[in-house]
Design a protein around this ligand. Structure first.
Ligand code: AP5
Ligand code: MG
Length: 182
């Protein structure tokens, strides 16, 4: 099975839910930049306070910070891994490519979770994380379209992209994912 993976898709598409299951079942390291940033926020550090303000607006945290978080983890990791919510724009994807070339760990698949906005918004509103209110969700979707969606063409051009319909039961979506990675 492919085991150097990226999960791409809009907020609420189910990346985190599916990443946790897949990583548990196949012993992959799960690197969610959102979770890692929320862990920094939880420490209450001054960096965490700055990060919280950006996250609660739905904008992206600086590339420099996010890259430093991912770099240290990938460099010290020799098993398979799944990047969830990273990269989030073309500069992050280019920096990742350079890093992976250096450590000889090329990406094997990029899975794009597809789901319509109505379902995304409904799912996020019923979860209720700090950035899950209607105004911030709309901005997260706008940021996704403007900054993250260009990665669809980017990874398609690299021959790595596969689409996964994000609707339906969690278990059915897991099967779709395993079929892509087989
Ligand atoms: P991040 O934490 O990555 O959030 P996101 O991309 O907005 O997406 P979510 O985590 O909300 O959705 P998900 O696709 O993981 O879905 P989930 O499985 O949770 O980023 C948050 C912020 O951090 C960003 O806005 C930015 O500020 C910053 N950030 C993060 N990465 C960054 C980066 N690389 N660069 C710069 N800034 C960065 O599911 C959602 C809900 O739906 C859950 O309640 C779940 O239980 C439910 N659900 C899941 N699957 C199903 C299903 N099949 N049926 C019904 N409900 C379901
Ligand atoms: Mg997530």
């Amino acid at each position: 099975m492919k085991q150097r993976l990226i999960f791409l898709g809009p907020p609420g598409a189910g990346k985190g839910t599916q990443a946790q299951k897949l990583c548990f079942n196949y012993n992959l390291s799960h690197f969610s930049t959102g979770d890692l940033l929320r862990a920094e926020v939880a420490t209450g550090s001054s960096l965490g306070q700055e990060v919280a303000a950006v996250m609660n607006s739905g904008e992206l945290v600086s590339d420099k910070l996010v890259l430093s978080i991912v770099e240290t983890r990938l460099e010290s990791n020799s098993d398979g891994w799944l990047l969830d919510g990273f990269p989030r724009n073309v500069p992050q994807a280019e920096a990742l490519e350079a890093l992976l070339q250096k450590i000889c760990q090329p990406i094997e698949a990029v899975l794009l979770f597809e789901l319509n906005d109505e379902i995304l918004i409904e799912r996020l509103l019923s979860r209720g994380r700090a950035d899950d209110n209607e105004e911030v969700i709309r901005n997260r979707l706008k940021v996704y379209r403007e900054q993250t969606a260009p990665l669809i063409d980017y990874y398609n051009a690299h021959g790595l992209l596969q689409s996964v319909p994000g609707d339906g039961e969690v278990a059915d979506i897991s099967l779709r994912i395993e079929n892509c990675l087989g």
